[in-house]
Design a protein around this ligand. Structure first.
Ligand code: FHN
Length: 442
């Protein structure tokens, strides 16, 4: 197979999962929080009384707004209700183990006082750095921080969607230097950050920068050993993104699962991955008027369980308001998820794909390096019997409800290595967990 491989200078530089402790920690996180915050939170999806139909953080791209009027929002950025400790405590109480925060979204506005542009918090009425209190607060709460960074920058004069002329090329060279400077600046100013979550990397201009991006990634990794970078950062010299021309993942984990989840383990090709999810259909930044279906805490818990059952992390997005406060709907969902996590997180943290055949009642997860399997139940069978198939040489040592380890559940072997586990249907409409301790068959 190796002989058929294309020789790549700027493809993947590693095959298989990273095995170091930083990545092991990331892999065991299970649940994360995403924060989209910036100037777009001020209009909140509405301009002069008119609703923008797209995602609120894209409102600058709407014909209904003069670009200069949007850019002037910097003079209105004064989030008097911003409280980094409160944000961190909402995330912690939800059960999140890490957070990904927008340092700069596509509009180019920087939540840190970058010295490479004037379009930052430093020149807003707020004046102060936003990233520092956030990094410190989340770190203090025990959550890892990942910095979101959009390569695409609508505010920078050198940004191009494609490079077609000499003038484009000169402008874009300036933009590349600026991008490098900002990234090194972020890593230097916030050394506690564990990784970078890149976005806005799909345009031809950036896809053509295989060598530059590859070298920049190496420089960042050298500066911060252990740094986690997903598959959205760079393309190979043939313009292939996420997976290189030999189909090998580029980066430490697959970043393609946006607002969707894989359905089977085959979909994730043995790689680490995260799924980033919005609460309404597709709104990341604050939108005053959430429309359409708003996900319930049960749906979000199910997505978390499904992600972990297939070896990924689930990252739930929050879009704080322009004044810095978090909307009540998000706080309520976070606390409901947190209530569930407080009882059941043993089946989420440091868990992995179980290797067992999926059953109709819900999702299996398995404790890493242990013979402990969890059944996270979302659909209760009327019979009260939960079907489990185990590999030929494995038997059940003990089976119990996570909330009641002292009471064994009745187990019946209905076929060879196929079991029914009997648990009382719960009267409460909440997902619950059955634990199986397994052992090798004599
Ligand atoms: O365009 C952005 C969008 O606003 C949001 O930031 C999401 C988050 O994954 N990423 C981009 C779309 O892929």
């Amino acid at each position: 197979q190796n002989a058929e491989r294309i020789k790549l200078k700027h493809g993947s530089h590693r095959e298989g999962k990273r095995t170091d402790s930083v990545m092991q920690k990331w892999r065991g996180n299970g649940l994360g929080q995403f924060i989209h915050w910036g100037l777009y939170a001020i209009p909140g999806g509405e301009w002069n009384g008119k609703q923008y139909n797209g995602a609120a953080e894209w409102i600058r791209s709407w014909n209904g707004i003069p670009k200069s009027a949007y850019d002037s929002l910097i003079y209105k950025f004064n989030p008097i209700n911003f409280n980094a400790d409160e944000w961190a405590s909402i995330a912690k109480n939800m059960g999140a183990k890490y957070v990904t925060i927008t340092t700069k979204h596509h509009d180019g506005f920087c939540l840190w006082p970058s010295k490479y542009t004037s379009y930052t918090v430093a020149n807003s009425p707020w004046k102060k750095d936003i990233m520092k209190p956030l990094v410190d607060a989340y770190d203090k709460a025990g959550l890892d921080v990942i910095l979101y960074f959009s390569i695409m920058d609508w505010n920078h004069p050198g940004w191009r969607y494609d490079i077609k002329t000499k003038a484009d090329s000169i402008a874009f060279e300036g933009f590349k230097k600026f991008t490098r400077n900002q990234l090194i600046e972020l890593l230097t100013m916030y050394p506690k950050a564990k990784g970078l979550w890149f976005d806005g990397t799909w345009d031809k201009s950036w896809v053509k920068q295989a060598k530059f991006a590859d070298e920049l990634e190496a420089e960042m990794r050298k500066l911060r050993p252990g740094l986690i970078i997903g598959s959205r950062f760079r393309a190979d010299e043939y313009g292939k993104r996420h997976f290189d021309s030999n189909n090998v993942l580029m980066g430490d984990y697959e970043q393609g699962w946006e607002r969707k989840l894989p359905n089977s383990i085959a979909d994730v090709h043995g790689n680490d991955w995260d799924c980033v999810m919005t609460i309404p259909e597709n709104q990341w930044g604050y939108n005053k008027a959430w429309k359409g279906h708003i996900k319930s805490s049960n749906e979000l818990i199910e997505m978390t369980a499904k992600a972990v059952s297939l070896g990924g992390n689930f990252v739930l997005n929050f879009g704080p308001k322009g004044d810095g406060s978090i909307r009540d709907e998000e706080k309520k969902l976070a606390s409901e998820i947190g209530d569930w996590m407080k009882v059941n997180s043993e089946a989420i943290y440091n868990c992995e794909y179980s290797g067992l055949e999926k059953q109709d009642w819900g999702y299996f997860t398995k404790k890493r390096e242990k013979d402990k399997v969890y059944l996270i139940i979302f659909n209760t069978p009327v019979s009260g019997a939960y079907r489990v198939k185990l590999p030929a040489k494995t038997a059940i040592a003990k089976s119990y409800l996570l909330t009641n380890p002292n009471m064994d559940l009745r187990v019946e072997e209905v076929h060879s290595n196929e079991y029914f586990i009997y648990a009382k249907p719960t009267t409460e409409a909440k997902p619950f967990v059955i634990v199986l301790d397994t052992k090798k068959k004599e």
